[in-house]
Design a protein around this ligand. Structure first.
Ligand SMILES: [Fe+2]
Length: 270
């Protein structure tokens, strides 16, 4: 707040207060509801869930506002499960995974270019996503689920001289945000589900360019239109293509059908 001017604080806070007062009037909010809202705010704080609540309900909108003035390709919220320092992969790129990692094989490929289309040789992609059960490695979940090994499905890789990359991984699944605390209680009280559509996370970086934080969703996902975090953009939905030609598999070092999808990342100059 120290760098925010008094005028800016007054403008934004007044707009927020006006929106709350207008809702109270429009919805004829009762004293019982007002007191329940105050208690809910206390509960969120005591449970340490203000960051979760804010990130679920408001971060995607902040990201959209910031992205509106950028000529980069679509970005998305980072989410709470990024861990810096993932394994640097060697070609051919395969995300770190268990020998018997459950889930269908995905070959994710694409390009990284500057906003004007110039390929960015040597750009770096830091990718992470959930496993076939919707669980991220190295995350302390409040329930007693089985955790994947440390570093599972987290990796960094470099694009080639043409700005191209291909990485093999598995297809993630939709997962629920933590719902045992007040944030989940509110979702339940409103009759809303807690799911995020399946997604790959990526942070793309290149010298002389602003980094791009992104989530890539999968066509046909049942939660694309009702993401609890409201972070889906049409430009971030990958079209999955299934490949089951037996002649194609040995060259890919695969013994069963796989899916492919691609995406073109564009970074804004810094
Ligand atoms: Fe995620």
């Amino acid at each position: 707040m120290t760098t925010t001017s008094q005028e800016r604080v007054a403008t934004v806070v007044a707009a927020l207060m006006d929106a709350i007062r207008a809702t109270i009037v429009d919805q004829r909010v009762t004293y019982d509801e007002y007191n329940a809202a105050k208690q809910y705010a206390i509960d969120l704080g005591e449970a340490g869930e203000w960051p979760l609540f804010a990130d679920v309900f408001f971060e995607a909108t902040v990201e959209q506002v910031e992205a509106a003035t950028s000529d980069a390709s679509d970005g998305a919220i980072e989410g709470p499960y990024f861990i810096p320092g993932a394994t640097q992969l060697e070609k051919p790129y395969v995300m770190p995974m268990r020998e018997d990692e459950p889930g269908e094989t995905l070959l994710f490929s694409g390009t990284v270019a500057s906003a004007d289309g110039t390929p960015l040789a040597g750009a770096q992609i830091d990718m992470w996503h959930s496993d076939h059960y919707g669980t991220y490695s190295d995350i302390p979940y409040p329930d007693d689920r089985e955790l994947p090994p440390s570093g599972n499905l987290r990796g960094r890789f470099t694009v080639d001289e043409n700005g191209h990359f291909e990485v093999r991984t598995i297809i993630p699944v939709p997962y629920e945000i933590p719902k045992t605390g007040p944030t989940g209680a509110m979702l339940a009280a409103a009759g809303w589900h807690a799911y995020r559509p399946a997604h790959l996370h990526a942070i793309v970086t290149a010298p002389g360019h602003k980094s791009l934080t992104c989530q890539l969703y999968l066509s046909e996902d049942p939660y694309l239109d009702s993401d609890v975090a409201g972070a889906v953009k049409p430009g971030l939905v990958l079209t999955l293509e299934k490949h089951s030609d037996p002649g194609d598999l040995p060259a890919r070092n695969l013994d069963g059908p796989y899916f492919s999808a691609s995406h073109a990342f564009r970074l804004a100059k810094s």
